[in-house]
Design a protein around this ligand. Structure first.
Ligand SMILES: N[C@@H](CCC(=O)N[C@@H](CS)C(=O)NCC(=O)O)C(=O)O
Length: 218
């Protein structure tokens, strides 16, 4: 039995869930909340000292880090659909874009959210401006990249797993500007893909928890 320890509103949990959905795997989402303290105990015991989620528990084998979880699923549970291409050069490029979305979209997006978590009344405006500037640099770069990117035939690869949640929440903290029409269009396309749409719907009841306040979008 596959069990994913995480939360339906968490961007990195989505990243792993999108792969689980795209690979059509049965799994249980072990939600981290006060109603399920055993899941927090599991995270504390198996997730290292960082307290980061998701974790995958595959019949007793625990995998940390969303990208590694997806690699594990691809190695041990993939059918005809693959999250990482088998050609080594293609695989390297797929992993490279996974890193780009995590490091240059997810990280500044989380930094903005983190400022609101740290000081809901008075978030640090300078730090927020620094992170939103990083996001804008990424948006500009990704707009040019998108013109050259050929999405996988199956619709979802590791790239889409990383891109969908990072662009979903990044647009909430700093809207993708009209000067990036390809990126805006791609974000909408990603959210409509069935493996992603399932995450969007499962997360909907939790929107009031979004620290900066969830916009009336999506
Ligand atoms: N590099 C990790 C990042 C995971 C991560 O930042 N998860 C967030 C939830 S989306 C988290 O654990 N937040 C809780 C915390 O930082 O204490 C991965 O890819 O799994």
């Amino acid at each position: 039995m596959l069990s994913l320890i995480g939360h339906p509103f968490s961007s990195y949990t989505w990243k792993a869930q999108i792969a689980l959905h795209a690979l059509e795997l049965d799994y249980e989402l072990a939600i981290l909340d006060e109603d399920h303290p055993e899941n927090g105990v599991f995270l504390a015991r198996h997730g290292g000292p960082w307290g980061k989620f998701p974790l995958l528990n595959d019949d007793g084998t625990v995998i940390m880090e969303s990208s590694s979880i997806i690699e594990w699923l691809d190695l041990h549970h993939a059918g005809s659909t693959r999250m990482i291409p088998q050609d080594p050069d293609e695989a390297l490029r797929t992993r490279m874009f996974d890193r780009i979305f995590d490091n240059y979209v997810m990280t500044p997006m989380q930094a903005v959210v983190g400022e609101y978590l740290r000081g809901a009344e008075q978030p640090d405006a300078a730090r927020i401006a620094e992170s939103t500037e990083r996001l804008r640099q990424s948006y500009g770069w990704l707009e040019s990249w998108r013109a050259t990117y050929a999405p996988p035939e199956a619709g979802v690869s590791l790239v889409e797993c990383a891109a969908a949640p990072s662009l979903f929440y990044a647009d909430w903290v700093d809207p993708i500007p009209e000067q990036c029409p390809l990126l805006r269009e791609w974000r909408a396309h990603l959210l409509a893909l069935p493996p992603v749409a399932r995450c969007v719907e499962q997360a909907r009841p939790y929107r009031s928890y979004f620290p900066p306040g969830a916009p009336d979008l999506d």
